[in-house]
Design a protein around this ligand. Structure first.
Ligand code: SF4
Length: 157
């Protein structure tokens, strides 16, 4: 059975000045699969990560969603965080409510809050379908990595 923990990040005022983070956490509390939902000023900070790890243990969470910035910025951080608390790192999803929401909808707080809620619900539905993955290695043929657009470098001339 899915037990998803949802953590909504304010990023100080970056998200918090536009999106009502406490309301988003409340809006998704009864969404299917959600076992715990809360908001916090800086999720990537040490206390923020500790909050996630404690909630995993306390609420027996088996999946986590963080709604914050782009996965390019902190997906690795949060995967490592949940792994330290005993979860498979791929039982984690990020909803980008900063670049995809607060930064592009400044001044439209109500709409941005509704959109953030939808983005979080989508991430929850996705994480419920995630499977535990293991990292692997595969051998590669280096010749296949040559730039084929350049016939000289590719060795055709
Ligand atoms: S997790 Fe991302 S959005 Fe949240 S405080 Fe850190 S940088 Fe900002």
């Amino acid at each position: 059975m899915e037990r998803v923990g949802v953590f909504i990040c304010h990023c100080g005022s970056n998200i918090g000045a536009v999106v009502d983070c406490a309301k988003v956490a409340e809006n998704v509390r009864d969404y299917p699969g959600v076992a715990y939902s809360t908001d916090y000023k800086y999720m990537c900070s040490e206390p923020g990560q500790e909050m996630i790890q404690n909630a995993i243990k306390e609420h027996k969470l088996n999946r986590v969603v963080v709604a914050s910035c782009s996965p390019r910025m902190h997906e690795k951080t949060f995967r490592a965080c949940v792994e330290k608390a005993g979860l498979n790192p791929y039982m984690f999803e990020m909803a980008n409510i900063r670049e995809h929401c607060s930064w592009v909808h400044a001044g439209k707080n109500e709409e941005a809050t509704a959109k953030a809620t939808d983005l979080v619900k989508m991430a929850v539905s996705k994480v419920c379908k995630n499977e535990q993955l293991q990292k692997g290695h595969a051998p590669v043929t280096k010749r296949a990595l040559r730039d084929r657009r350049d016939p000289v470098r590719a060795g055709y001339r």
